[in-house]
Design a protein around this ligand. Structure first.
Ligand SMILES: NC(=O)c1ccc[n+]([C@@H]2O[C@H](COP(=O)([O-])OP(=O)(O)OC[C@H]3O[C@@H](n4cnc5c(N)ncnc54)[C@H](OP(=O)(O)O)[C@@H]3O)[C@@H](O)[C@H]2O)c1
Ligand SMILES: [Zn+2]
Ligand SMILES: [Zn+2]
Length: 331
């Protein structure tokens, strides 16, 4: 019986090491040794829940179940937010299994294991081979953060002629800048302050706007697609005037409450608001290929995969000082 070492949230927000006992591998399940995990902004939302945390995992396959066909012991694979789907509903057949009614996702299912762990058991069908030459610590933040921003750009047919706005230079935002510039787009970054300007420009941005305290935002060109990568909803009335007619807003932030947006500007300029969550497996795989080809890599800070390491990483992310993604490494 495999026994997994996991790190969980708890009522008071402290990180607790725990053990999960699992039955022997069945179907297309594989047992993985975790080698790296990213810390995503969404993990902060679950730290007060009694569940195993982490959903940007990379590991090495240690054992395979009876129906595993394509992967083998020793393979390096990653996994993200989604762990399972029914495989036969219309969303699954269409390749948008992230909207399957029976989906198993982080925070909704499989509370007994995550990527803040020493090992894990997942279905082969929901694992992604890591491209050769891409390190585990680079691959980890791509499994949710990278997949999410690539999906916003790729699934809705971003064109190289588009002006793309990236709002919020955190784990998601700093990857979004790289993906959008490598897709050939003009990239305008909107960030709270000027602090991240140099780095954003180095990552490929063409323009940088500091938003804090601004009564009005000024951009050199209207934005065709805006990826909102902030950890809370922005001030939508500031954003509407900088959108191009017919433009699309992708509100990626996880936040509570309602979405309230100036109504007439939405109608009068034909703006689309496109909700979405992570990436289907098809797009996730293309994201990894694209990142490997164009050397897209997160800027990371390493922390040990221990109660203290996770606590420290979460505190730094919460304080706004993380540059730009924490990666937890088992000791
Ligand atoms: N929809 C999805 O599928 C999906 C997937 C993954 C994550 N998410 C969500 O996406 C958001 C970003 O995740 P992340 O991992 O990139 O987080 P992160 O690393 O904390 O980055 C968030 C950025 O938002 C800005 N920010 C910080 N505090 C803010 C505040 N109070 N109000 C507005 N902006 C603030 C900062 O950028 P500046 O300093 O540049 O302003 C910060 O770097 C989170 O809400 C996360 O839960 C959604
Ligand atoms: Zn995430
Ligand atoms: Zn389905």
């Amino acid at each position: 019986m495999p026994s997994l070492t996991v790190f969980k949230g708890s009522k008071d927000g402290s990180i607790v090491q725990g053990t999960t006992e699992k039955p022997e591998l069945s179907g297309d399940q594989v047992l993985l040794k975790v080698t790296a995990s990213g810390l995503c902004g969404t993990d902060l939302h679950y730290r007060t829940t009694d569940m195993a945390l982490g959903h940007e995992g990379v590991g090495i396959i240690e054992a395979t179940g009876p129906d595993v066909k394509y992967m083998k012991k020793g393979d390096r694979v990653g996994w993200g937010y989604e762990h399972n789907a029914c495989g036969h509903c219309q969303q699954c057949l269409k390749g948008t299994e992230t909207y399957c009614h029976e989906r198993a996702m982080y925070g909704m299912a499989d509370f007994d294991q995550g990527s803040f762990a020493h090992n894990a058991i997942w279905r082969e069908a929901f694992l992604f081979p890591i491209p050769e030459g891409m390190s585990d610590e680079v691959a980890a933040p791509l499994q949710c953060g990278g997949a999410t921003v690539f999906n916003a750009l790729h699934a809705y047919n971003t064109q190289p002629t588009d002006t793309v706005g990236i709002m919020g230079v955190g784990g998601l935002g700093h990857l979004a800048i790289q993906f959008a510039t490598k897709m050939g787009c003009r990239v305008i970054v909107l960030s709270g302050s000027d602090k991240k300007k140099d780095e954003a420009m180095k990552l490929g941005a063409h323009e940088f706007i500091a938003t804090k305290g601004a009564k009005e935002l000024k951009v050199s060109r209207p934005i065709d697609r805006l990826l909102v990568c902030t950890s809370a909803q922005p001030q939508w009335d500031l954003i509407m005037p900088i959108m191009a007619p017919g433009g699309t807003i992708y509100p990626l932030s996880v936040d509570e409450g309602n979405f309230t947006i100036p109504y007439m500007p939405l109608l009068a300029t034909g703006i689309t608001v496109q909700g979405m969550i992570v990436a289907s497996r098809y797009i996730h795989q293309r994201m990894l290929d694209f990142a490997a080809l164009h050397n897209i890599a997160p800027i990371i800070e390493r922390f040990p995969m221990t109660e203290k390491g996770i606590t420290d990483a979460m505190a730094k992310l919460d304080s706004g000082e993380m540059r730009y993604r924490a990666v937890l490494i088992p000791e």
